[in-house]
Design a protein around this ligand. Structure first.
Ligand code: IPM
Ligand code: MG
Length: 358
């Protein structure tokens, strides 16, 4: 089949790792007989340098004709001084807004060959860690009314947590649909013992669950969820939560894998169109040195194949290749351990791609 993919490397190591992601897509094309054509798009600091804005209007139009976005990372220290409207992160924020990417998928699983990198004890890992955290990305406290005002004790600041039934329903549906493809269990995480928005969240998720009788739904308070992620992560299959709780818990879940360089993600809209990106940032300290870990991006390519292009066999081939390259002892600096072979970004790309087979 033919697919059109916008490639948006962004800044810093985004450029290094996305290059390897594209090579992985090309290899999938060769092995499975697909044709990928690419739209190369600037975003973030790279676009500010070239065009004075973090993302061009014409890029949005081009993306509308494509199947799914492969993204790197944006930002950098020299760009932090720019006025708010021109900050590189605005480019990514605009993509999320323009395409209404409300469902953020952040999987965390422990690759067997990296288990010594995990801060968790063997007896905890042995029970299995394979979590799909689904976080609302466009609502809640991040986007509610906020400001500063004079209160009875002087200056105060406020941020409002507000969720509509519509917003909760659409992200909950995504969670249940994804759970149907996995182990058929959703844990919805909230703070219903303290927050009204959480009580509406809980009621709404319970309603949505009625359409998915095969999926088991559990509700869990966020403090308890934080504890379970550290002590008993095998209880989670799909973990569904709000923007703020998801921000915090996805870092906790992610760190169990041992390196942020291994973590992929997707952000989807109602129709399933999405942006696929590694969780890590631009890492200015190692940008351009050719030592960043490309595996999070290659794993994001795997998610893109599975979710956006509906190619599960191709996605499995990516997953097998990542497992194999790790098993064969190749490591970038972030996942290096004594007794393994330290490689560059490009070498890691090459060795992974060589292992992509039918
Ligand atoms: C993340 C980040 C962002 C978020 C920050 C940079 C606003 O922490 O993607 O997890 O909280 O959404
Ligand atoms: Mg975060």
């Amino acid at each position: 089949m033919d697919f059109k993919i916008p490639i948006i490397p962004g800044d810093g190591i985004g450029v290094d790792v996305v290059r390897e992601g594209v090579r992985a897509l090309d290899r999938i094309g060769e092995v499975f007989g697909h044709t990928f054509t690419y739209e190369h798009i600037l975003c973030g600091g790279a676009c500010i340098d070239a065009h004075g804005v973090p993302l061009q209007d014409e890029s949005i139009e081009k993306i509308k004709e494509c199947d799914a976005i492969l993204f790197g990372a944006v930002g950098g220290p020299k760009l932090d001084a720019l006025p708010k409207e021109q900050r590189p992160e605005r480019g990514l924020a605009r993509l999320r807004r323009e395409f209404n990417l409300f469902a953020n998928l952040r999987p965390s699983k422990i690759y067997p060959d990296l288990k010594d990198k995990s801060p968790l004890k063997d007896r905890i890992i042995e029970k299995g860690v394979d979590i799909m955290l689904i976080r609302d990305l466009t609502g809640g406290i991040y986007f509610g009314n906020k400001g500063r005002r004079e209160g009875k004790n002087g200056l105060e600041a406020y941020d409002e947590e507000c969720y509509s039934v519509m917003e909760i329903t659409r992200v909950a549906k995504k969670a249940f649909e994804i759970a149907m493809q996995r182990r058929k269990s959703v844990t919805s995480v909230d703070k219903a013992n303290a927050l009204e928005a959480s009580r509406l969240w809980r009621d709404t998720v319970t309603e949505v669950a009625k359409d998915y009788p095969e999926v088991e739904l559990k509700h869990m308070l966020v403090d308890k969820a934080a504890m379970e992620l550290a002590c008993n992560p095998s209880v989670f299959d799909v973990l569904l939560t709000t923007s703020i709780f998801g921000d915090i818990l996805s870092d906790e879940a992610g760190v169990t894998t041992g390196s942020v360089g291994m973590l992929a993600s997707a952000a989807l809209n109602e129709s399933g169109f999405g942006l696929y990106e590694p969780i890590h940032g631009t890492a200015p300290d190692i940008a351009g040195m050719g030592i960043a870990n490309p595996l999070a991006t290659i794993a994001s390519v795997g998610m893109l194949l599975e979710i956006a292009l509906n190619l599960p066999e191709e996605a499995k081939a990516i997953d097998r290749a990542i497992n194999k390259v790790l098993h064969d002892g190749y490591r970038t600096g972030d996942i290096y351990m004594e007794g393994t072979t330290k490689v560059t970004t490009e070498e890691m790309g090459t060795y992974t791609i060589e292992r992509i087979t039918k």
